[in-house]
Each structure stands twice: as C-alpha cells, then as structure tokens.
Design a protein around this ligand. Structure first.
Ligand SMILES: Cc1cc2nc3c(=O)[nH]c(=O)nc-3n(C[C@H](O)[C@H](O)[C@H](O)COP(=O)(O)OP(=O)(O)OC[C@H]3O[C@@H](n4cnc5c(N)ncnc54)[C@H](O)[C@@H]3O)c2cc1C
Length: 384
C-alpha cells in the first residue's frame, strides 16, 4: 500500500488552487447571491485545460481519470469556489459520452466540454419518481428516423448555461423485471418543445435550477448515447464519478471553511486571548478537520478504484456520505466560531453552508446511501 502523493497531483492541486484563488470566496459569494454563473472562473479553468482533466487527450482533454477530476473539484472548492456544474457537466455528461458515445458524438461534444465552451446539463430527477429511478415516466418513442420525447424533469441545474441536456428517458419495459428500460439522449436546450421553467431555491447558488417540460421534443438517432434500453446500467456506472466529485466538492468546501475559521479565531480576541484558545471553539474545528481528512481519504480510494476499473460503488457512496457530513460539520463550526460575523454577507459562509446542506440531499441523498450500505455492505434485507 502506497500513500505517497505523485508529483503530477501535487502540481495539479497547486495550479488549480492558484487560478481559483485569484477569484476566491468573495467572488463566489457575490455570484451566489446574484444567482450568476461563475463564467470567468469556468472559462479560465477551461482555457488552462483543467475542466477536461478526465477527458481523453484525443478530444482535447488532459487524459487523466476520476482522481484528477476530483482534485480539480476539490481544489477550486478549497479556494472558496465550488463548481457544482462539474458534477453534471463533467463527471456525468462527459463521462457518459466518453464511455458510451459514438466516435461522432465524442468528436462533436468532448472538445467543447474540455475547453469549457460547451456545457451539458443532466436530467434524471422527476417530480413523481424522486429517488426511485424505476418509476421514471419521461418517454422516448421511436419516431421516423429518431425519437420523440415527452415528460417532465425537475431540479435540473444550469440549463440556462447549457447547450444541451443529457436526458434519461424510458424507451420500454424490461420484459424480465417489469422495470423501466432507460436510454440516454443529448437534447439541445433550444429544441422545439423543450421548455425550462426556473425553479427558485432558497439556497444561494450561482447555478440556477429548472423544471423541464418535454412536449413532443424530437431528436435524431444520432442523439442516443450508448445502447437503447441499456440506460439504467450506463447511468449507474456514471453514478460513481458523480458521487466522487460530489464528495471532492464537499471536502474542498470543508477545507475552505476550516482555513477561514482557523485564521479568524487565531486573530479575534475578546477576553485577552484569541478566541481559538478556548476549547469550546477549537474542538469542533479540530473534530471537523479529522472528519474532512477521513472523507478525503475515502474519496481518493473511490476515485482510484474507479480508475483501476474495479468495483467502486461502496467506496463512492461512503465517500459522498462522509464528505457531505464532514463539510456540514466544518461549516457549522466555522460559522459558530465567527460569532455574528458567521452569518454576515461579507464573510460568505452562509452560501457555502447552503451548498454543504444541499450535498447531503443531492446528487444522491444520505438515506439512499445508507440503504446501499445496509444492503450491499452489511447484507441486510432491502427495505424498499
Ligand atoms: C439544488 C439541487 C440541484 C439538483 N440538480 C440536479 C440535476 O442537475 N439533475 C438531476 O437530475 N437532479 C438534480 N437534483 C435532484 C436531486 O438529485 C434529488 O433531489 C435527490 O436525488 C432526491 O430526490 P427527491 O428530491 O425526489 O427526493 P425523494 O425521492 O422524494 O425523497 C424524499 C426524502 O425521502 C428519502 N427517501 C426516499 N426514498 C427512500 C427510501 N427508500 N429509504 C429511505 N429514505 C428514502 C430521501 O432520502 C429524502 O430524504 C438536484 C436537487 C437539488 C435540490
């Protein structure tokens, strides 16, 4: 077992941190409050090749794996700039197209995704299906030389900033299990019949959320990604990168919160000593530091397993669970340690707390992870 960090990763961390630090937490908080996408940061990371860290070199990417992509997510977040869209745009859409797309689809989409000039949102969640993917009701029916899509999705991030949406739709029913046979389609955001209605959320996020209405949206056969009916398997393979990047984002947010809090409590003096000298202030921060480090370790393990082609589901789920919980604990401790300044707009901690809170729910909820671990790690009966 070798825990040594390779030079390439150290350099990648340093380079991404340097770019993100030029923007910093105040930039992110401003964008979050204004609900404005952090275009400048996204484009700068894209120009330097970091958005495409996991995209093959042949398509303009860095040729790395999930480990490298997770580093980009973590380091940007650790400078106060967590990029939620990396999860759907890069970890899911780019990964699905790389793994399952045709040569034509890869050439069409991957270079722009790597450069940051193209963005693809991801739409699986539906109002009536929720966590139960088998109940997805959006349909894609063969129609002439393509498909016709009808249905509804909600909480779809960044549609206003995207060129296309990777839509998960039902193309039939599995005759053995009776469950939905799912397929993946790349749908242009300006396709006739596709309407994106803003879905306001109280958490201040730079990425806006939408309800998507698909009413007779037509796509050609060239927009089917992978095999028709194999979408369930394809999507589930794509969930590990989603979970690992979600975990990396949470680890980065936690690191940022702890760095800010440590600086603050080291300087803030109200009884003659810095408030950080009081154990009631220091211990929650120290505890969160331990939890963040543990989550980072599991995140690295999950990314490594995925990149080795080994089963990564258990580690990816555990990493996402641990990182979201650790980030929330870190933000809570950091806010408390700042006293009244913890909730000020100037210190920018509340938008990050909102994001950390969101990461307990999405992209997969804490309860669904506990279900997975109970069933697959402990061998307990499935409860649902
Ligand atoms: C800000 C934001 C951005 C998002 N972005 C996207 C996106 O870009 N694309 C996309 O497709 N989706 C997106 N989502 C959706 C997100 O993935 C879902 O909200 C999440 O998976 C939970 O689904 P749900 O909201 O339908 O909750 P439900 O499935 O209705 O669950 C409600 C509660 O019940 C619990 N629960 C459900 N089933 C079980 C069970 N069997 N056992 C125990 N507990 C259970 C859940 O954990 C949860 O606590 C986003 C959500 C948010 C809030």
């Amino acid at each position: 077992m070798d825990f040594a960090v390779v030079d390439e990763h150290t350099e990648l961390r340093r380079a991404v941190a340097e770019i993100a630090a030029d923007f910093g937490g105040a930039y992110y908080a401003r964008k979050a409050e204004a609900r404005e996408f952090p275009t400048e940061l996204w484009q700068t990371l894209g120009r330097h090749g970091y958005l495409g860290a996991s995209i093959p070199e042949a398509y303009g990417g860095g040729g790395g794996g999930l480990a490298e992509l997770a580093i980009v997510c973590e380091e940007s977040a650790a400078q106060g700039c967590p990029l939620l869209l990396m999860i759907v745009n890069t970890a899911i859409a780019a990964e699905m197209i790389t793994r399952h797309g045709t040569e034509e689809q890869r050439s069409r989409w991957l270079p722009g995704l790597a450069a940051g000039t193209t963005r693809i949102a991801f739409a699986i969640t539906e109002p009536d299906a929720g966590s139960n993917t088998h109940r997805l009701a959006t349909t894609a029916v063969a129609d002439g030389d393509g498909y016709r899509l009808d249905g509804q999705k909600y909480y779809i991030s960044g549609v206003d900033e995207a060129d296309a949406v990777l839509v998960v739709a039902r193309t039939g029913t599995d005759e053995h299990t009776g469950e939905a046979a799912l397929s993946l389609f790349v749908v242009d955001t300006d396709a006739p019949g596709l309407v994106a209605q803003p879905l306001p959320v109280a958490v201040a996020l730079p990425e806006r959320q939408f309800t998507l209405f698909l009413d007779g949206v037509r796509v050609g056969r060239d927009r089917l990604v992978g095999t028709e009916g194999a979408g369930f398997r394809q999507v589930f393979a794509g969930l590990n990168p989603e979970r690992v990047t979600g975990a990396a984002l949470a680890v980065g947010i936690g690191r940022y919160a702890l760095a800010r809090a440590s600086r603050y409590v080291g300087e803030r003096t109200v009884w003659g000593t810095p408030v950080g000298a009081h154990q009631g202030v220091a211990h929650p921060l120290a505890q969160a530091k331990i939890e963040i480090e543990l989550a980072a370790l599991m995140t690295a393990k999950a990314a490594w397993l995925h990149d080795q082609g080994q089963p990564a589901g258990e580690a990816a789920n555990m990493a996402k669970y641990a990182a979201a919980e650790a980030a929330l604990a870190a933000l809570d401790a950091a806010i408390q340690a700042h006293g009244g300044n913890g909730v000020s707009t100037e210190y920018g901690l509340i938008p990050l707390w909102g994001l950390a809170r969101l990461l307990r729910i999405a992209p997969v909820s804490r309860e669904m992870i506990l279900n997975y671990v109970a069933q697959h790690s402990l061998g307990l009966p499935r409860s649902y």
